[in-house]
Design a protein around this ligand. Structure first.
Ligand code: ADP
Ligand code: MG
Length: 716
């Protein structure tokens, strides 16, 4: 016999062959289980009646109480429609039907009070409802209270079906005695620890909520379930990898670290930097391979954390590598790290695509012999002929510029995979990080070094051009430098957007006394580097560019970031661009130029920029506005964002609890990780022990949910 959930929908009371076909094709409901898991997409409080005078354009479907006062048919043939006036005692609105006109014409009587339920729209200054649900008002019947509304495709709607169809069928489903066969999917131990609603009760409340509170608990349970299994799946994978892959044991903090820290460090570390260094240290001494994502806003001091991490490697006799996505960035890191390293006698070298043959040979030798302690570089480090004596740590800056395969290559450069620290200045909300980079441990630098002056940010329209130019002139006169960013390289007649190529001419005209340079993505790398150097060295005072300057460039003397057509950029991009200034000057400015008539979301997005400089707040706002799937840095993730019920943007708290639960279960049940242990496995923390039956339940759910295997190599 089929299980209850797998039963063909045609056997449900009220369905039959014809409807079964319709349900299948229009709603993808072909079994009892499908119907059970087809939830209302929203809920209405049908105990409340709205007045027509309260209507507004953004309202969902609402209830009104009143009478029909006359029907008229308009139009010809297919365009024929039926209209009625509906009076709520104070005002009139229009009700429109486009099909089944003859039926509706005689279905309702004048003088009888009806409840209409539908979405008000304003059409030629008159409030309308099209094909509302209509029911006779019965004063003796108690208000229904909360009620779900199912999404009904147009095709069904035109045939006269409404949300009622599904709620009636769901009612029949719950009336079926066999509904009790639906099996719980969360072990009782977890349900009781986290006070979760049992599955069947939750399903019932999702279809027929007993109260707003019960509905909330029902949803919470379903979201928890979804997130719990997802986290369990992700964690299980990362622990599996932990077992398979041994890491170097970097047990000691030695002379290099201590000497540097006590005698040479140029500033006091922030609390966040110290905390992160502790987290890193704890990782690297366990014998597990570290895979850690370090998130920190621009200017939060990730480079120093990287350097001190590498000192831990050197202290234990290992070489370290730090890799940056561009030559300019690699060059800047090299300058910084060589200076820091010199003070304690470390040999630091730079290897990029433009390193000369002779120097390159020496570097190759130095790496093989172990003479070089720290190598800074670009993709050039990945080449096969770059070999190490003993590579212990790889730091990757600005991870989203590196492909996955490239990162994997770095692992192969030593017999034991090096510890990996991935750094990014594109903060993504923790909830998203836990899922997208679920198998990476995440550290966050959530504090800027003291004394930073926030960048003043203005939103300006084209008509304020003179004012903006005056500000730029003033800064130039004070010896400062200026970035001007455009969305396009070349003019495109179809888009009314500004471009670098016409921009540079205008900028040269407006500021004739200073040197202007230009970079964009269509340039040859050598040319780009040359132009960039002009700006970094201070010879050029204005840099006209596309977003290629987004990543990590450090010119502390720059005090103005002017972004043309700012409406064309995403929030995280704008934030990154703004991070280029405010690194030295006493005052710095970010000016977002837009055309005059921006509205809605665009305006909101740009206002967020003027209101906060906190990268995490900005990325949360971004995620709320765009949805988690569109966030930068998530697209390349192997995990499809096919969460059905939970929403990473708004369910962060539930996710945290679900993650804890998953960790606690795995701590108590390492047997859920299906790999032979060969590395070191030691997980401290909370434990949640399950009965044998519960473990079996968990295994089964994992199998059902994740039978399709992901390409996990895409995730780290
Ligand atoms: P990012 O995180 O964007 O890579 P950097 O590492 O480039 O930031 O740091 C930005 C600047 O702040 C650098 O000039 C760096 O030397 C300085 N800095 C880093 N940490 C501190 C600190 N604790 N106190 C003062 N200045 C710091
Ligand atoms: Mg940096």
């Amino acid at each position: 016999m089929n299980s209850f959930l797998d039963t063909d929908i045609k056997f449900l009371k009220g369905v039959g062959d014809k409807r079964a076909k319709l349900l299948e094709t229009e709603l993808e409901i072909s079994t009892f289980g499908d119907l059970l898991y087809t939830f209302p997409y929203r809920y209405v409080d049908t105990s409340r009646f709205y007045k027509i005078s309260e209507f507004s354009g953004e309202m969902p479907s609402v209830q009104v109480l009143g009478r029909f006062v006359g029907f008229t048919t308009e139009g010809e043939g297919l365009r024929q429609r039926l209209k009625a006036s509906f009076y709520d005692g104070k005002r009139f609105m229009e009700v429109v039907w486009f099909s089944k006109l003859n039926f509706f014409k005689t279905a309702y009587q004048p003088g009888v009070t009806y409840i209409l339920f539908g979405k008000p729209t304003l059409y030629r200054d008159i409030w309308q409802m099209a094909h509302p649900e209509v029911s006779a008002y019965d004063a003796s019947r108690p208000p229904e209270g909360f009620r779900g509304v199912y999404s009904i495709p147009d095709k069904l709607r035109k045939r006269g079906y409404s949300t009622r169809l599904l709620s009636d069928l769901a009612k029949n489903l719950f009336a079926n005695a066999r509904i009790k066969e639906v099996e719980e999917t969360i072990p009782t131990e977890i349900m009781s620890r986290y006070s979760l609603m049992p599955l069947l009760e939750a399903l019932s409340n999702l279809h027929f909520p007993q109260s707003p509170d019960k509905l909330r608990k029902a949803r919470e349970r379903m979201k928890f379930e979804e997130l719990y299994y997802l986290q369990l799946h992700i964690l299980r994978y990362s622990r599996e990898r932990g077992r398979r892959i041994k890491g170097h044991v970097l047990g000691k903090i030695g002379d290099y670290f201590n000497t540097y820290y006590k005698r040479f460090i140029p500033f006091e570390l922030t609390g966040a930097q110290k905390r992160v260094l502790h987290e890193i240290r704890d990782d690297m001494r366990t014998g597990r391979q570290m895979n850690r994502l370090l998130q920190g806003d621009v200017g939060s001091g990730k480079t120093m954390v990287a350097f001190m991490t590498m000192l831990m490697g050197v202290d234990n006799g290992f070489q370290c590598a730090i890799m940056a996505p561009t030559e300019i960035l690699a060059g800047q890191h090299y300058e910084t790290i060589r200076k820091w390293g010199e003070s304690i006698g470390l040999r630091v070298e730079l290897l990029t695509g433009s390193t000369r043959t002779k120097a390159r040979r020496e570097i190759h030798e130095g790496l093989v012999s172990g003479d070089i302690d720290i190598i800074v570089g670009t993709h050039a480090l990945l080449e096969d002929n770059v070999q190490f004596r003993n590579l212990g740590i790889t730091v990757i800056d600005e991870q989203h510029r590196f492909g996955v395969a490239q990162r994997a290559k770095m692992w192969k450069k030593s017999s034991i995979a090096p510890h990996v620290l991935v750094m990014t200045a594109t903060p993504i909300p923790r909830t998203l990080a836990m899922t997208v980079y679920g198998d990476l441990d995440v550290s966050v630098i959530d504090e800027l070094p003291p004394g930073r002056k926030p960048v003043q940010t203005f939103l300006k329209f084209d008509n304020a051009r003179m004012e903006v130019n005056r500000l730029i002139n003033r800064e130039l006169q004070e010896g400062r430098q200026v970035y001007i960013v455009y969305p396009l390289v070349k003019e495109n007649p179809k888009l009314e957007l500004k471009s670098v190529e016409e921009g540079i001419e205008r900028v040269r005209g407006m500021f004739p006394n200073v040197k202007v340079c230009m970079v964009h993505g269509q340039m040859k790398p050598a040319e780009k580097d040359y132009q960039m150097d002009q700006f970094v060295s201070g010879e050029a005072r204005i840099l006209v560019a596309t977003t290629v300057i987004e990543v990590g460039v450090n010119v502390p003397n720059a005090s103005v970031m002017l972004i043309e057509n700012a409406e064309r950029f995403g929030l995280s991009q704008l934030h990154q661009l703004r991070g280029r200034v405010g690194r030295g000057a006493d005052h710095s400015y970010c000016i977002l130029m837009t055309k005059h008539n921006i509205a809605g979301d665009t305006r909101k997005r740009l206002s967020i920029m003027t209101e906060t400089s906190d990268g995490f707040l900005i990325s949360e706002a971004d995620m709320k506005m765009r949805g988690p799937g569109d966030m930068e840095g998530t697209q390349q993730s192997g995990i499809a964002f096919n969460l059905k019920i939970a929403n990473l943007a708004s369910d962060g708290q539930i996710l945290n609890v679900a993650r804890q639960a998953a960790e606690a279960v795995l701590n108590a049940h390492p047997e859920l990780v299906e790999a032979p242990a060969c590395g070191v496995e030691r997980y401290e923390g909370e434990r949640l022990a399950l009965s044998e039956a519960s473990v079996a339940m968990v295994r089964k759910e994992l199998r059902i949910r994740f039978s399709k295997t992901y390409d996990w190599s895409q995730i780290s």
